[in-house]
Design a protein around this ligand. Structure first.
Ligand SMILES: Nc1nc2c(ncn2[C@@H]2O[C@H](COP(=O)(O)OP(=O)(O)OP(=O)(O)O)[C@@H](O)[C@H]2O)c(=O)[nH]1
Ligand SMILES: [Mg+2]
Length: 465
């Protein structure tokens, strides 16, 4: 269990966004939360009973009038005594009310400190705390629903259920090692290899779901690439329904990476337009091409734009990619090719490091960025390549890259453990390997981990959460 250095002081922060509004809420948590709220409201506030009163600063001046609400720990968000002061939503008056709390001994909360305390008091596990921040940041309805499911513990339950199975298998293997005098060789019996296979499949499924969940939370990265003048910027403008990128007939127009957020089928997508890749002598263009390459390395889907009105040239081949590639044959108004999907094989997704050597198949789509013909086929191909094209692939929960990394690491450990067990039949080694897998999975929900990890996660939250 993470220690986190449980702090016993009382923290305060403005919990509502800064600006003008109907109400603003100051939240307090810690041993002095009730006493500070009582002093400000000049009342003996009763738990879970909203009470209207004046709010007084430390000098006794009335700064506002509003509603106070107190909760007794551990039945509160943080697990500690909590108080909320609901005042009028003005920037200055809210600051005065916060100052009244600080003057009475509260300390200004760090970002995410309320959630961190909730985690340290076992009110939430780490994935639930993270999904809380993701719910606040959700950019689409679907992302919000998934974050809400993770907050309710849907993701943690899948991870915990899988972990239980690792524990049972470990217990079985250790028992078999401890009683070697039994007539039956429990390890050689086949049950262990069968369980290992089943666990590998289950883990692969969760990796895939978590990858999609993470992509939904952060926004999928779709990168436009291709030769100069192929029509990448024209396509970005068309997909974004906005003339964000400069389009000219001069090859090498785009240098900086241009980003636009769009939504396709409820998926938030970060679309980037990059410099056309060629052997450039111009230092600025060369830097643009370097940036384009960096962008490609992080893509979930690459859209390679090809000028269909020109004879195919050898051009610059794309470096090997681990994500699906959609080849877009653009300018069909000039080449007279019919719009839409070309008969080719469907896209595939990578789910683990083991798969990275697998060849990536690609989809071909013929479009005209000038007339907009074929654009729906392309939009559908993007959604399909992201693995989100039918309801069966709808991810039941949100996740983060951190979770995907842990799951992939566990998957690799398990694969290695299985290989080692098949080769040696050594129960002791398998027991040790299974313990490593269990620990790796436990860092997802925060059962094992470091204080550094906690600091890193909670510092990205907003103040007052
Ligand atoms: N006829 C026709 N022209 C197009 C089409 N798409 C783009 N163009 C033209 O092709 C030229 C290059 O378009 P851009 O969108 O700037 O191409 P790019 O790939 O971003 O080029 P760089 O930024 O230089 O790498 C412009 O003159 C566009 O008007 C199309 O579908 N049909
Ligand atoms: Mg361009």
């Amino acid at each position: 269990m993470l220690s986190g250095g449980l702090e016993r002081d009382t923290i305060a922060a403005i919990a509502t966004p800064s600006g003008r509004g109907g109400v603003s809420i100051i939240r307090l948590s810690g041993p002095e939360a009730h006493s500070i709220a009582n002093q400000i409201a000049e009342k003996s506030l009763q738990a879970r009973t909203p009470t209207v009163s004046s709010f007084r600063d430390a000098k006794g001046n009335i700064v506002d009038e509003g509603l106070s609400l107190v909760f007794n720990g551990p039945a509160s968000f943080t697990g500690e005594d909590v108080a909320e002061l609901h005042g009028h939503g003005g920037v200055v008056v809210t600051q005065l009310l916060l100052q009244a709390c600080l003057d009475r001994g509260a300390r200004l909360a760090r970002p995410g400190e309320f959630s961190e305390r909730a985690f340290l008091n076992n009110k939430l596990d780490l994935t639930q705390a993270e999904s809380l921040a993701d719910l606040i940041d959700a950019r689409t309805e679907q992302a919000a629903r998934q974050a809400s499911a993770s907050l309710r513990g849907v993701f943690s339950s899948s991870v915990n259920a899988l972990n239980e199975k690792f524990i049972s298998l470990r217990v079985y293997v250790e028992a078999a090692i401890d009683f070697p005098e039994e007539d039956i060789d429990f390890l050689a019996e086949g049950k262990v290899s069968e369980s290992l296979n089943a666990l590998q499949n289950e883990l692969s499924d969760i990796v895939e779901q978590a990858q999609r969940g993470a992509m939904m939370s952060r926004g999928a990265r779709v990168v436009l690439t291709g030769a100069p003048n192929a029509g990448k910027s024209s396509l970005l403008n068309l997909l974004a329904k906005n003339n964000v990128a400069i389009v000219t007939d001069v090859p090498g127009t785009t240098r900086d990476v241009i980003r636009e957020s769009i939504t396709l089928a409820g998926i938030a997508i970060d679309l980037s337009d990059t410099a056309g890749i060629r052997d450039a002598t111009d230092a600025i263009e060369q830097e643009g091409i370097n940036r384009a390459r960096t962008e490609l390395a992080d893509a979930d889907v690459i859209v390679e734009v090809i000028d269909d009105s020109e004879l195919p040239t050898a051009g610059q081949p794309l470096p090997p990619q681990n994500c699906p590639i959609i080849r877009v044959y653009n300018k069909i108004d000039l080449s007279n090719r019919p719009a839409g999907r070309l008969p080719e094989s469907p896209a595939t997704r990578v789910i683990s490091e083991q798969d990275e050597a697998a060849p990536r198949s690609s989809i071909g789509i013929a479009i005209s960025a000038a007339s907009g013909k074929g654009i729906e086929s392309l939009e559908h191909a993007i959604v399909e390549s992201l693995g989100m094209d039918d309801s069966a692939s709808a991810t039941p929960f949100s996740a983060r890259e951190r979770h995907v990394d842990c799951l992939k690491k566990a998957h690799t450990l398990l694969n290695n453990a299985t290989d080692r067990f098949i080769a040696t039949g050594a129960g002791e080694l398998l027991a040790e390997d299974l313990r490593d897998v269990h620990h790796t999975l436990s860092t997802i929900t925060g059962e094992f981990g470091s204080d550094d990890l906690l600091g890193e996660i909670f510092s990205s939250f907003c103040i007052g959460k």
